[in-house]
Design a binder for this molecule. Structure first.
Ligand code: KIV
Length: 257
């Protein structure tokens, strides 16, 4: 049975941990889906890992639509969520509904994710959910604000931690079905996870979240640079390099074909 947003809340109650990974094309999405990943996120990190941009800021809604459509064709079971890229939702709830609506209608994603919290983003989340569009929140380190926050851990002081907690509560009250907690202290993530009834999905936020997410390029060892909290389960970059070098040698020495 395909994963639903409602199921995620039940899984939190049952203590079943939610596995999330990102995807940017059909082939990768099909592998993740068939491997049993619960949520597949077309993250705007694809700007960096698939399109070679320096940050996530330049990626457009048109580019996200293109990638989301390819991912959609590979996903049969997982819940498919797509990031709203920078400046496609911050201007107004109307802009957010228009952008999110295109991702649902044209690419067939089941939910959108957006960054930030109280108060304007929470208002936007309310309007999106009232329009029938499921929303995943994202607080703590929000990469679309890199020029304001950098990439350092957020919520290090009591006041900053309480602000992130307040944002998470506001997003839940606005109707978000889950919240990504990125690069915050594990104790703060545990506190937020305990306060909320919706699941928290952590990345660099310790082991006490209801689920974990990694950028798949980091997880596979494909990225040129990756955050300190990411874990690589293989070194695909080296494996591809070795395969390409072996192929080159065989072609140049007429061993292949
Ligand atoms: O864009 C992305 O891949 C993300 C994850 C890091 C959660 O937002």
């Amino acid at each position: 049975m395909p994963v639903t947003t409602r199921q995620l809340r039940q899984w939190k109650q049952q203590g079943r941990t939610i596995v999330t990974l990102t995807a940017w094309d059909y082939a990768l999405a099909a592998i993740l889906d068939q491997a049993g990943v619960d949520i597949i996120l077309v993250g705007d990190s694809l700007a960096m890992v698939a399109l070679g941009y320096e940050t996530t800021l330049p990626v457009t809604l048109t580019e996200m639509l293109h990638h989301a459509k390819a991912v959609r064709r590979g996903v049969k079971q997982a819940l498919l969520v797509c990031d709203l890229p920078f400046l496609t939702y911050q201007e107004s709830p109307q802009q957010a509904i228009h952008s999110a609506g295109r991702l649902l209608k044209e690419a067939g994603v089941q939910a959108v994710k957006l960054e930030g919290g109280y108060p304007t983003i929470a208002e936007t989340v309310l309007r999106l959910t009232q329009a029938g569009i499921p929303v995943m929140g994202h607080v703590g380190l929000t990469p679309q604000s890199v020029h304001q926050l950098g990439y350092q851990q957020q919520g290090q002081t009591d006041a900053a931690g309480q602000q992130i907690l307040a944002e998470a509560i506001a997003l839940e009250q606005a109707g978000a079905f889950a919240i990504v907690l990125e690069h915050i202290p594990a104790t703060l993530a545990a506190q937020i996870t305990q306060k909320l009834t919706i699941p928290t999905i952590g990345i660099g936020a310790g082991p006490h979240c209801n689920g974990q997410v990694l950028v798949t390029a980091d997880m596979l060892g494909l990225s040129q640079r990756q955050p300190p909290f990411a874990k690589s389960y293989m070194n695909l970059r080296d494996q591809i390099t070795q395969a390409v070098q072996q192929y080159s040698t065989e072609v140049r020495s007429h061993q292949f074909p």
